[in-house]
Unconditional design. Structure first.
Length: 244
């Protein structure tokens, strides 16, 4: 269930749910003003009633599994066993592309991404808010060797790859909550938007990235599949009247 509260306030409400109804936890910290709670259905519904009575936004999500809650512990052992042979790199190695852990809110290069880590990832709250803030915050000078951030420059554009611009609101709230990030001029761009033509939104994304000075393969963006026949040109177009 999506809740319009910060993490501390949300935990206060969660702790007030009668244990007889079951257990509910903060499953994801989406932004400084939004969390997702998860757990036993009766407990979630009781929490929803109390939140709405207090005028707090609460929307039950259409899902069939209580992710990042105690419900996931029932499959944790099997999940760990399936990943037992996972080959992982030792912590501290520099990666070409940086991944920020939503478990620890720091560079995943500092973590041992073994089976135990991915079990923690499944059962622990998603720290999206602090992880994104960490990603967007420039690397502090003088960090110890082995804890270097892989990103070469400051983040100036965030692109959401998903079926809808679901993270647009949380992203803007995260950036606005930080004095430095709110002044950094970071742009958020979605790849897909619900009820809009996917080809148009993807081309709009490519255009925005190109206009911002990022290298975009315009031909591939326009022709994801090879054209059926050679493309013709129009060499006899009239000259442009306004020479600027």
């Amino acid at each position: 269930m999506a809740v319009g509260l910060d993490e501390v306030a949300a935990r206060g409400y969660v702790e007030g749910v009668d244990a007889i109804l079951g257990r509910v936890v903060v499953a994801c910290v989406n932004s400084p003003r939004s969390v997702t709670v998860s757990g036993d259905e009766m407990a979630v519904l009781a929490l929803k009633t109390r939140l709405e009575a207090d005028g707090v936004f609460a929307r039950q999500l259409v899902v069939d599994t209580a992710y990042h809650s105690q419900h996931m512990h029932s499959i944790a052992g099997a999940y760990r066993a399936d990943l037992e042979d996972l080959v992982v790199n030792p912590p501290g190695q520099r990666w070409p592309i940086e991944m920020i852990s939503s478990v620890t809110s720091r560079s995943a290069a500092d973590e041992l991404l073994d089976a135990d880590y991915w079990v923690r990832n499944m059962v622990s709250p998603v720290q999206f808010s602090s992880a994104l803030a960490h990603l967007c915050t420039p690397e502090a000078k003088g960090k110890k060797r082995g804890q270097r951030r892989a990103r070469g420059g400051a983040v100036n554009i965030l692109v959401e790859l998903g079926p809808h611009a679901a993270l647009g609101g949380p992203v803007k709230q995260i950036l606005a909550a930080s004095t430095s990030l709110s002044k950094a001029g970071i742009t958020y761009l979605p790849a897909l938007v619900r009820n809009k033509d996917a080809a148009e939104t993807m081309l709009a994304l490519a255009a925005s990235l190109s206009a911002s000075g990022h290298g975009v393969d315009v031909h591939t963006a326009n022709f994801p599949l090879p054209p059926a026949q050679p493309l013709a040109t129009l060499p006899d177009l009239p000259s442009y009247a306004w020479n600027h």
